[in-house]
Design a binder for this molecule. Structure first.
Ligand code: SF4
Ligand code: SF4
Length: 519
């Protein structure tokens, strides 16, 4: 029997030991992003104007498709199962075009991410764009960073109440406009707008607007960066798409460190000093509230506003821009090796500069050819291939289609004169927004003729039927063959449809069944 002291004690510690445990839920620290100015901010304004313009205005664009089709340029007509995109009309069986476009969007995202990092997150993601829009409203009403922080920390006064109410009311209006714009893609926008305001729209329209108003207001106004950090899976996935030649927003500590607000004192004391003056301008503008100088972080959406902020500081100091810049990991590593004498010491600014203070020739700079590498060629090739395939298919697709279903039960009927009759459901698809007369004929099956059930078309080997614009016409057709013409229990023949005006045609090979004894 062992006593207590003889039991071996292992050196192990629980990862969530009570001594070190952090609460799983950390209260949100409020972020008050300062307004940035610079080329990336201007580019973001442009992207914001384009994306919001496309979203809000597209349902109001008109497109003349003639008197038999809707005039809305982009319309998801769910009730009639049609998707209109300017001159393109997609039927349900052509949904592969939409699937193809989604695959192209996915591959395009791989391509963009592998070259310029999380550009989607930083510039075009709806969450980023709407948060930016909500921040514009917030700044216009409450002021820039310092004024907002002061207002937030101050007591509730009539002014604060008025500012806050105004801000939230405008946010809700933006949310409602966002939800409203969404439903306009599913019905004629001017008509639906009138119905919405007169209370005659379908309940689902009001419910959709209410849900989208609430989500836009909550995600764009209240949760903001938390959506990107905690809810969105994309930052996790994108990390797997980056490689050492992908551009990411990078703090170049090989030239920034050691950072100091007292460069002159340090230099006078003979200590090395980097370009970073530790002004925190990069942190103040960050909509995610992070410090890029801590290295790559999941929270960073690569909006590049910290680049603008730091470039502004460098300009004031008369130093080269690019202390924070888009850089590849391979360039960054090469420069770090240079600045640390092969990794043998801390960052030493003189190692990356010449005696005159300019950057040494050995400093690696990004070159656009780094974008073109096998990986990006594969993405580009795949993307182009899908695009060309879709385009070819779109330009050569049939607008007159034919589907035939043979009756399952009975497979055939023997008539009183001994002839054999088979029944078929013939579906004619007129996929253009104009009425047409379609000639249906049969080829093969010697001696046979057709009759159309419920129609007084005389029996024969062809007949003509009118088909409404953009509609499917279903016919019940009997095919009869005299017994002495039957050659096999299962014979194939062809249904052919033709529009004599446009010369479009289509064919379907069907089977004619007969009993063994009929031969
Ligand atoms: S660290 Fe820079 S790039 Fe990243 S989110 Fe913040 S401001 Fe944008
Ligand atoms: S803005 Fe530039 S100089 Fe200022 S703290 Fe950030 S990295 Fe350093």
């Amino acid at each position: 029997m062992l006593d207590n002291t003889q039991v071996e004690r292992l050196e192990a510690e629980a990862v969530n030991s009570a001594k070190t445990r952090q609460p799983l839920y950390a209260a949100r620290k409020k972020i008050f992003p300062k307004r940035a100015a610079g080329k990336f901010r201007r580019f973001k304004w442009l992207v914001m104007a384009i994306t919001l313009g496309i979203y809000y205005l597209t349902p109001w664009l008109r497109w003349d498709r003639g008197p038999f089709a809707p005039v809305q340029a982009v319309l998801l007509d769910v009730a009639n199962r049609r998707f209109y995109l300017f001159f393109i009309e997609i039927w349900p069986q052509e949904f592969f075009y939409v699937a193809g476009l989604l695959v192209m969007a996915g591959v395009g995202l791989f391509l963009i991410t592998s070259t310029v990092g999380r550009a989607w997150c930083g510039y075009t993601c709806p969450q980023t764009v709407w948060v930016d829009l909500f921040l514009v409203v917030e700044r216009a009403i409450e002021g820039d960073r310092n004024a907002r922080m002061k207002l937030d920390a101050g007591p509730w006064t009539a002014r604060k109440l008025m500012l806050r109410v105004s801000k939230h009311v405008i946010w809700l209006v933006i949310g409602a406009a966002t939800g409203g714009a969404w439903i306009f893609y599913f019905a004629d926008a001017p008509t639906l707008l009138g119905e919405l305001f007169t209370g005659t729209a379908a309940p689902v329209a009001y419910i959709t607007v209410a849900v989208l108003t609430a989500t836009t207001y909550t995600f764009g106004g209240l949760m903001r960066e938390q959506v990107c950090t905690y809810m969105c899976p994309w930052p996790r996935i994108q990390a797997a798409m980056l490689d050492e030649n992908s551009l990411t927003v990078t703090y170049n500590d090989w030239r920034g460190e050691p950072r100091s607000r007292h460069a002159k004192k340090m230099l006078a004391a003979g200590q090395p000093v980097g370009d970073c003056v530790d002004c925190n301008a990069c942190v103040a503008v960050c909509p995610m509230g992070i410090d890029i100088r801590d290295g790559q972080q999941l929270e960073c959406i690569t909006c590049a506003l910290c680049i603008d902020a730091c470039d502004g500081v460098m300009d004031k100091l008369g130093k080269e821009r690019g202390l924070i810049a888009y850089a590849t990991l391979s360039d960054y590593n090469a420069n770090m090796m240079l600045a640390t004498a092969g990794g043998s010491g801390p960052v030493s600014p003189p190692l990356v500069r010449t005696a005159g203070g300019a950057f040494s020739d050995q400093v690696a700079h990004f070159h656009v050819r780094k974008i073109f590498r096998p990986r990006t060629y594969v993405y580009m090739g795949f993307w182009s291939l899908i695009g060309l395939g879709l385009l070819y298919s779109l330009l050569t697709r049939d607008r007159l289609e034919l589907n035939v279903l043979h009756d399952r039960n009975p497979q055939f009927v023997t008539l009183s004169d001994g002839s054999i009759r088979n029944g078929y459901t013939v579906k004619l698809l007129n996929m253009i927004p104009e009425p047409r007369t379609i000639v249906v004929s049969m080829r093969g099956l010697e001696g046979a003729d057709m009759t159309v059930v419920g129609d007084d078309i005389p029996a024969g080997r062809s007949f003509a039927v009118p088909v409404e614009p953009d509609r499917l016409k279903m016919l019940k057709v009997f095919v009869r063959q005299p017994a002495d013409q039957i050659r096999a229990p299962a014979q194939t023949f062809t249904f052919r449809v033709e529009d004599k005006a446009s010369l479009e045609s289509n064919e379907y090979t069907a089977t004619f069944n007969a009993p063994e004894a009929a031969r």
